[in-house]
Every structure is written in C-alpha cells, then in structure tokens.
Design a protein around this ligand. Sequence first.
Ligand SMILES: [Zn+2]
Length: 130
Amino acid sequence: MDLDFVLMMELAEVDLILKELEEGYRKKYFRKDATKPWGFKCYYCEKKVASNEADEFWCVPDTSYGSSGIGRRRFCSRDCSDCYFNEQRNELLEQRKRIMEDRKLLRVFYKEAEREFKEIISAANESYST
Ligand SMILES: [Zn+2]
C-alpha cells in the first residue's frame, strides 16, 4: 500500500480522536435521588469525591493510545479535568506533528526516487538507441 496513504489515514484517525476528546469533555451533576451515595477517586489529584458531598464532577474521554476513546476519566474539579484534557490534547497534537513531518520526509524520498528512476530510464533508452 502507498505509504503516504497510510500516513494520511493515521492523520485522519488522530483528528477523529481529537474531536472525540473535545466533544466528550463535560461537566456532570451527581444524582441526588440515589439511596446509596457513590463516589470515585479523581483521576488527576486522587481526591475522593462523593455524591453526598459534591454536586458536580467533570468527565474527559480517555484517548490514550490503545484505549480507543471508550473509557472515561472522572475528576473532582475543573482544574483537574483541564490538566488531564490538556495533557491528552498535547499528546495528540504531538502525534499529529510527527505524522506531518513523516509525510514531508516521505515526499523528499519520493522526489529523489523519481529522479533516480528517470535517470535509469533515460540511460536505458540511450543504450537501446546506440
Ligand atoms: Zn482532582
């Protein structure tokens, strides 16, 4: 398969995950009608958050490599979720940059290969005509 095509597909996937990350970031409210309170540990600061003490929490999709964006991380505060969100986002942007650089490098190789190929063809044609 064409290598550049593979890189383009990778780029499209990173863009899709970026979108998932941005669209999946939300503030949530604890249900207050539950008979038993439930809680969780903030993924970032590890503080315990319980539904009978807090009103709201934040959710960010887990887009780390291999997670396929299905899981979610829960946070105690906007500060904690922002930190995690920015980390995930920077990682994806870094990945995006790397793919762009690979594509640029690939174009240089292709150009060089094309030049060499043309040289060989013209050399072959010359030897035919003599
Ligand atoms: Zn926290």
